[in-house]
Design a protein around this ligand. Structure first.
Ligand code: ZN
Length: 310
């Protein structure tokens, strides 16, 4: 079986049985395991599996303990949803997904959050040391001018960030990207150097080359890295090989997705969206089937509706 398009995927996965067998093979290979006790000797029943361990004897399906648990949606619809959510580089809204698949928006919203939960498991932890890494920060959140006047910060008494600019209640997102490689994103709570420093040190091998702008939060990088800066403040954007254009072009897709597709993202969910954008970007060189199977292999996480809306 091979699919290279959504049409081929839907052609192949005509019924629930085909989908379940496909997913069982991805999740378990030749060794189905009881999700309750870990026993490797379950047997097949008419509706799924039953554990043969005398202390357990529990029934289960391949969906237990995964993002598909307790979902009444056919697996065919799930696979199509994963295809759509991970192939559009700016993402897909719950309204659009609901309309494409003929499901309710509430269901689509929940499906997308579970897909994000799966994508999160695929986050790279470490970039490669032999590649040049660009680090850059961006801001997401409410535009000050769109807020009601009483809620705006007084310009007479602005909170200043440590580069002297006015704090506008936006959230800072820091990105690390390898040229023609992977990206890692993080919502940093402050623009203080320490948090930025710790984040970079835990994801970029010592001794790597890092390019940033001249923002003060990066000033300690030279202790561990070969660090070069580009002087955006004096309108220099490229100095030979030194630039952060790779990160900038990622931000442009990210912003168009976050603003154009998702409109506004709450602080609570921001990290999930960052994982969605980074993981999808990092899988951009894979074909449709490889990409979907890469993600399905880490679908053993369970996000309940209760936890999501809590
Ligand atoms: Zn068991």
């Amino acid at each position: 079986m091979e699919f290279k398009s959504l049409i081929q995927l839907l052609d192949y996965f005509q019924d629930e049985k085909t989908c379940i067998e496909y997913y069982e093979n991805i999740r378990w290979g030749k060794e189905p395991a009881c999700p309750h006790c870990g026993s490797l000797k379950p047997y097949k029943t008419n509706v799924g599996w039953k554990c043969s361990d005398s202390d357990c004897y529990k029934k289960f399906t391949v969906k237990v303990g995964t993002i598909f648990e307790n979902s009444k949606l056919p697996m065919r619809t799930w696979l199509a949803a994963i295809f759509l959510a991970t192939s559009h580089k700016k993402g897909i809204s719950s309204v659009q997904l609901a309309s494409d698949l003929g499901i309710t928006q509430k269901t689509a919203w929940f499906v997308l959050h579970r897909i994000r939960e799966m994508l999160k498991q695929n986050k790279p932890q470490l970039l490669e040391g032999d590649k040049v890494v660009e680090a850059d920060e961006t801001y997401v959140g409410a535009k000050e001018k769109n807020k009601h006047k009483s809620k705006r910060k007084s310009e007479d008494n602005p909170l200043l960030t440590n580069d002297g600019s006015i704090y506008r209640e936006k959230r800072v997102v820091l990105g690390l990207i390898e040229r023609s490689g992977k990206v890692i994103l993080k919502h940093v709570k402050s623009k203080e150097g320490e948090e930025i420093d710790d984040f970079i040190k835990s994801h970029v091998p010592k001794g790597s080359t890092i390019y940033t702008d001249e923002y003060g939060g990066y000033s300690r990088l030279k202790l561990h890295y070969s660090h070069e800066t580009i002087k955006h403040r004096v309108d220099i954007y490229v100095d030979g090989d030194i630039h952060t254009n790779t990160m900038e072009s990622f931000w442009s897709v990210f912003k168009r997705g976050l603003i154009g597709i998702y409109h506004q993202v709450s602080e609570k969910h921001l990290e999930r969206y960052l994982d969605e954008f980074s993981t999808r970007f990092n899988a951009r060189f894979l074909g449709h089937q490889d990409r979907i199977e890469t993600f399905l292999r880490v679908s053993e996480s369970y996000l309940s509706y209760k936890r999501l809306v809590a």
